[in-house]
Design a protein around this ligand. Sequence first.
Ligand SMILES: *[C@@H]1O[C@H](CO)[C@@H](O)[C@H](O)[C@H]1NC(C)=O
Ligand SMILES: *[C@@H]1O[C@H](CO)[C@@H](O)[C@H](O)[C@H]1NC(C)=O
Ligand SMILES: *[C@@H]1O[C@H](CO)[C@@H](O)[C@H](O)[C@H]1NC(C)=O
Length: 223
Amino acid sequence: MSLFATLLAVGAASLASATPLQGRQVIPNYPPNELSTGFRLVANVTDPATDLTPSVDGWELQGIHTGAGLNDAVLTSETGRIFYHNGTASEIHYALGSILSDGGSPPFPYGIYVQTADEFDATYPAEHDVTINVGSGTIGVSLLAFPDPYFYFTVVRFAYDTFNNATAQFERNVPAGCTAITLIPECDVLPDLPEGSLSSHQFASPSKCYEDVSAINWPEYGP
Ligand SMILES: *[C@@H]1O[C@H](CO)[C@@H](O)[C@H](O)[C@H]1NC(C)=O
Ligand SMILES: *[C@@H]1O[C@H](CO)[C@@H](O)[C@H](O)[C@H]1NC(C)=O
Ligand SMILES: *[C@@H]1O[C@H](CO)[C@@H](O)[C@H](O)[C@H]1NC(C)=O
């Protein structure tokens, strides 16, 4: 039996809110990475003190079926879904691609959809839903590119960053009972598509990913 936890977790909602490295020269020190077209998305609990019970650190992004072509985004303790970053080189560069996965028979594309700041989850009305549904997904939900220190994916279920007028900074907005995660790509093999597929891998872009996210010793690294 598989164990699922609802993804009670959130990263920065917008790529633009990722804080750029400023000022002084920083010598980056990143964990070694590889290039792969396929990857799984592994949750990294960024503040272990707020982790859920059981811990969701190292759990993987998966969809659970909620209707024809519809899946809720959850974390599983088992092996998650294989995704790829879809878009032309320029779309990937400008974060205008999306994250896709193949599903169904014959396979068709499923995208990751994130509700906008004024759309709300039916079950948790204060929060924003993340789903893995048939289609192109939300454009701009993509892997962060260099020079961001890690190629994480900012997940977006349940809380957008809020802007604090007093400090002029975006702040994390993590509801009680939730924990913030980043989803980090772990390299995997994108299976070939059978004849007659409605999915296409023509624009599946090679992505930077890690061979084993759970083996990364975070304190060793940093910008
Ligand atoms: C992963 O989580 C650790 C804390 O467990 C944190 O130090 C590290 O910055 C996180 N990495 C990313 C990319 O979020
Ligand atoms: C993948 O990207 C290509 C290039 O932009 C686009 O034509 C295609 O529609 C995308 N696939 C999906 C399912 O969004
Ligand atoms: C923040 O500033 C904007 C523009 O000055 C203003 O419209 C808004 O009400 C302020 N928000 C808060 C929470 O003070």
